[in-house]
Design a protein around this ligand. Structure first.
Ligand code: ADP
Ligand code: MG
Length: 254
């Protein structure tokens, strides 16, 4: 079997006296789609944020592509990396948020080109053709010169996906990418995500879209109270959950 793309080892996180992640272990292999489900407050968003070091774990480590995220080992200890190093690591991890987070003052094309230009300093002659190819990939080649506010929510989210792809990340994280969308716009975003999955992109997706989970996930992970309660094939976890907690959650959302 190939080396894991993501290794999460015994991650703990608290805010004050509230435990948000309580010993999470998770392995994701290259090309796998992992769908993370669970009730509100389970710690799903926090876990995604720990993966790219937007949040620091109190204990435990995350490795992406074999590289320790946010730290380097010095003897037996971990020393936090400088901001510049963390930013470099983050360029390898694309993040798609619920609320798109596009730059309102930039065109669609400029949104997609921004990170390779500013974070990687790549020349416009190289980055703009790349951005156009990515817009084509999400079906928005004709919107390159529009501003985000002229686009529907579904189109804006597809731009956000193209933008996340622009740094050619080895891993894509999605935090409820369709939750802010009108129901009729959900499908177009899920279709883009399906095409990424089919192309072998490694993805961790927090979503309540159980159809997507059934169809696309290699693994479904159910979290509650900061712990992974169970994980397995979608057919196991969604159809035949082993835990009462999972059954109760699925009964509410299906
Ligand atoms: P989920 O995404 O599964 O709904 P979150 O990871 O957003 O869960 O949150 C888990 C818990 O952590 C919640 O109880 C939330 O209130 C708390 N939490 C998240 N971020 C912070 C923060 N920055 N400060 C304090 N509490 C937080
Ligand atoms: Mg969340």
């Amino acid at each position: 079997m190939s080396d894991p793309m993501v290794e999460i080892v015994d991650v703990h996180k608290s805010y004050g006296s509230g435990t948000v992640l309580d010993g999470v272990d998770l392995i994701v292999h290259p090309g796998e789609v992992t769908v993370l489900i669970g009730p509100s407050g389970a710690g799903k968003s926090t876990l995604l944020r720990v993966i790219n070091h937007l949040e620091k774990a109190d204990r435990g480590v995350v490795l992406v592509g074999g590289e320790l995220i946010g730290y380097r080992r010095v003897g037996k200890h971990l020393r936090e990396l400088r901001e510049r190093e963390v930013l470099r690591q983050r360029t390898g991890i694309g993040f798609v948020f619920q609320d798109f987070n596009l730059f309102a003052n930039l065109t669609v094309l400029e949104n997609v080109a921004e990170a390779p230009r500013s974070a990687q300093g790549r020349p416009a002659s190289e980055v703009y053709p790349l951005a156009r190819r990515l817009l084509e990939r999400v079906g928005l080649a004709d919107k390159a010169d529009a501003h985000p506010r002229r686009l529907s929510g579904g189109q804006q989210q597809r731009v956000a996906i193209a933008r996340a792809l622009a740094l050619e990340p080895k891993l894509l994280l999605f935090d409820e990418p369709t939750s802010a969308l009108d129901p009729e716009l959900v499908g177009e975003v899920l279709d883009v995500m399906k095409s990424l999955a089919a192309a072998g992109t490694t993805m961790i997706v927090v979503t309540h879209e159980m159809g997507f989970a059934r169809e696309v996930a290699d693994k479904v992970v159910f979290m509650a109270d900061g712990r992974i309660v169970e994980q397995g094939l979608p057919s196991q976890v969604l159809r035949n959950p082993a835990h009462e907690r999972t059954r109760a959650f699925l009964a509410k959302i299906l």
